[in-house]
Design a protein around this ligand. Structure first.
Ligand code: 5GP
Ligand code: SF4
Ligand code: MG
Length: 456
């Protein structure tokens, strides 16, 4: 998911700004979009299934007037995909309302939910984020910052939160910093965003990342930092760099673009091959392919054309649709690949659908050899922190050796980036990153695999 928060009292059309911000975060979720605005503690909101552009009209945005706005684009990991599960979540309690938008996934949501239900709390959605909102509401007698801290003591998992209540905008990053969140400055106030790429359209100046275990409280031009859990094991999701984030974003001081290009270069060192042309699976493999080409001195070329109006294949609900959408999304440039030995770069192999289809298509178009190179290690473990990797039984990397996968996808050779290579591509020292889906080394205790369904 993607979240945005804007606080600038007195600014006209703050919902319009949130709308533009969400547009820049659209790649983080295409299922639903929503904006909530806060005017003197009174919260109005609108959310619907669909892309940001489809959900909001001028009329709707006009109706959303306030000094603070928060927004969300959703890609579901917990809770089915329907509109009641869209965010921001707005809950009313004695004395006020809270709007909250969450990127991440709680690992103990079910447990807290049952406890709260025993105390008579009624849940309206099936998403874990509602647990957070209800916990905060329970402590409503306290000042907002304290109520949130009380709630945070109970939850475990990954979360980047933007919350508005009373006259404040609040941002929170979990103690491991699993999901990103950064701060920008605009006229008369501040912006919070999952990714810095949204600052460009808002004309905001990048200030810094919210730290792992930090809460920031924004009230107009005033910003305060509360390090509520400063000693966690820093573990920003490395998959953000591999696939999820936009290349023009910078997270925890590292450019996503540079990381991907480094990953391509290191991949070329780890798995060299003789070939005529390096091609990418657009768009997510493009930057790494450029890095691979630079390092290997094999020319980069275009072999696949992407229909840019098709969403991300991963989001498709079943396998047949997923296969079809690969064809819909990508087509081969026959004239350019015929008779050539190709290196095909993709950012990741999850189920193996994409690479299998593409190798088929390239060979059918006359490619002499197809050497698949992947700019991340084999995905072997499920993610419990908000990236929708399937259960292990659907992860081709969990079930098969590299040689078996090579045979399954029909490639002439197959090479994955090593875990060390990936860590190095992001941070020279490889510190402060989560790589559990590749290594199994989770930054916190996670449910047993059999319970994975609880979080899907
Ligand atoms: P596969 O086809 O092997 O199941 O998936 C790999 C492809 O899916 C890659 O091209 C990658 O860019 C893309 N992909 C799209 N969405 C996601 C996602 O949410 N998680 C992962 N791991 N890969 C994704
Ligand atoms: Fe990211 Fe993988 Fe860690 Fe999940 S397990 S947070 S996808 S690095
Ligand atoms: Mg891809």
């Amino acid at each position: 998911c993607g979240v945005i928060g804007i606080c600038s009292p007195g600014m006209k059309n703050i919902s319009q700004l949130a709308y533009f911000g969400l547009h820049a975060l659209q790649h983080r979720g295409q299922e639903s979009a929503g904006i909530a605005v806060n005017q003197d503690g009174k919260i109005t909101y609108y959310k619907e299934m669909g892309l940001v552009q489809e959900v909001f009209s001028d009329t709707v945005l006009q109706r959303l007037q306030g000094d603070i706005a928060i927004g969300h684009v959703r890609y579901s990991t917990t809770g089915e995909s329907y509109v009641t599960n869209a965010q921001p979540l707005v809950v009313h309690y004695k004395g006020g309302s809270i709007a909250l938008a969450h990127n991440g996934n709680l690992v103990n949501a079910q447990q807290i939910r049952e406890e709260l239900e025993e105390h008579g709390v009624i849940f309206q959605t099936s998403i874990d984020s509602e647990v957070i909102a209800n916990l905060i509401a329970r402590y409503n007698a306290m000042p907002m910052e304290e109520a949130i801290q009380e709630a945070l003591k109970k939850i475990r998992g990954s979360y980047a939160l933007v919350i508005t209540c009373r006259d404040k905008l609040i941002g929170v990053r979990d103690p491991n910093g699993l999901r990103p969140l950064c701060i920008g400055k605009i006229e008369g106030g501040y912006v919070l965003s999952s990714e810095s790429c949204a600052f460009h359209v808002l004309n905001a100046e990048f200030i810094r990342d919210v730290e792992a275990g930090e809460m920031v409280v924004i009230d107009g031009n005033d910003i305060r930092s509360i390090p509520y859990a400063p000693n966690g094991r820093k573990a920003l999701c490395s998959f953000e760099f591999v696939y999820f984030a936009r290349p023009d974003s910078v997270m925890d001081g590292r450019s996503v673009y540079i990381s991907r290009r480094n990953a391509g270069r290191i991949l070329a060192q780890e798995h060299p091959v003789e070939a005529d042309m390096v091609i990418a699976v657009p768009d997510s493999g493009t930057v790494a392919a450029i890095g691979y080409a630079e390092e290997s001195k094999i020319p980069f070329g275009e072999g696949l054309m992407k229909n840019r109006y098709v969403g991300r294949t991963f989001i498709q609900p079943d396998q047949r649709m997923r296969e079809l959408s690969v064809r819909l999304k990508l087509n081969v440039l026959k004239e350019n690949v015929k008779g050539k030995r190709l290196v095909l770069i993709d950012d990741s192999i999850v189920r193996g659908t994409t690479s299998r289809r593409l190798v088929d298509m390239l060979k059918a178009a006359g490619a002499k050899e197809v050497h698949v190179r992947v700019s991340s290690p084999p995905v072997k473990f499920s993610c419990y922190f908000g990236i929708d990797t399937p259960t292990r039984k659907n992860l081709v990397g969990a079930l098969h050796s590299v040689e078996e996968i090579r045979q399954m996808i029909g490639a002439d050779s197959l090479g994955y980036l090593s875990i060390e290579g990936l860590m190095k591509s992001i941070h020279m020292d490889g510190q402060g990153l989560c790589n559990a889906c590749f290594s199994g080394d989770y930054p916190m205790e996670v449910p047993k695999e059999g319970n994975k369904f609880l979080f899907e």
